[in-house]
Write a protein that binds this ligand. Sequence first.
Ligand SMILES: Nc1ncnc2c1ncn2[C@@H]1O[C@H](COP(=O)(O)OP(=O)(O)OP(=O)(O)O)[C@@H](O)[C@H]1O
Length: 263
Amino acid sequence: MTEPLLSLRGLGIRFGGLVAVDDVNLDLPPSHITCVIGPNGAGKSTLFNLITGIYKPSAGTVALDGEDITGLPAHQVAAKGIARTFQSSRLFEDLPILDNVMIGMHARTRTGVLTALLTPGRARRELAGCAEEAGRILKSLSEALFARRYEPAGILPQADRRRLEIARALASKPKLILLDEPSSGMDDRDTADLMADIRRVMAENPGLSFLIIEHDMRLVAELPQDVVVIDYGKKIAHGKFADVRLLPRVQQAYLGQKAVEDA
Ligand SMILES: Nc1ncnc2c1ncn2[C@@H]1O[C@H](COP(=O)(O)OP(=O)(O)OP(=O)(O)O)[C@@H](O)[C@H]1O
C-alpha cells in the first residue's frame, strides 16, 4: 500500500467535560479526495483545527508524509504543506484578487509576502516573482478571475470567493488542502463547477490530496474516492459513499435510532 500522506493516530481533544474529537485513527493517501461528513456538532471542524495546529490535541498524533507534526503552531503546519479554507470566507475584501492569492505564499517565501506587501520598496524582486506565480495559479483555476485580478476581492460572488480561497490555498504549494463546507451557499450549477475545479486542480498537481467537510450529499456522492463519517467525535465509518451510507450506524447518526427502526 502507498505510504499515507496524512496519518492520525488516537487523535482527540476535550473541552472541559466534552470530548469533541475522540480517538480518531485515519490514513489518507496522496492524490486522493476524502469527504468528512457527520451531523451538526459531530466534531468535523474541530478535527480540522487539530490537523492544522489551531488546537493542540489532548491525545494522539498527526503525521504528514511520515513526519510528526503534532502540536506545531498553525503557521508551521502550513509551511509543512497543509492549507485550508474556512466555513466563512476569510478574504481581504479591500485588497485586489491577485494580492489575496499572493498572501497564500506567505508561509513559504523568505521575506514573507505580507512584509513585502506592507513595505513597498523592500523585497521587490521576490514580490514580482510571487505576483507572476499567483497570476498563473489564478489563471489555471479560472480565466475569468484572472481577468479581474486587480479588482478588490470584496466584490466577488460566493462561488468566485470559494474559487479564490482555493487559489490562495494552492499558492502555499500544499500537499494537502482542507476545505470546510466549500459548497455552502452555492446552487447546483456552482456546486458542479466547484467539483470540476477540484478535479482539475488534482489533475494539475500530482500527489495533492483534499480533505473536505461537506453537507451537500450530491457532492459527497460524486466527488470523493472515500468518505469518513464522524459522530460524537468518533470516526464511525470510512469507505466508499455507496457502502458507507447503507451502514445502520451511519443511518442512525443522521436519522436517529427511532427512524432507523421504523424504516
Ligand atoms: N473551542 C471550543 N470550546 C468548547 N467547545 C467547543 C470548542 N470548539 C468546538 N466545541 C464543541 O465541540 C463539538 C464539535 O464542534 P464542531 O464545530 O467541531 O462540530 P462540526 O461537526 O464541525 O459541526 P457543524 O457541522 O455544525 O459545523 C460541539 O459540541 C462544539 O460545541
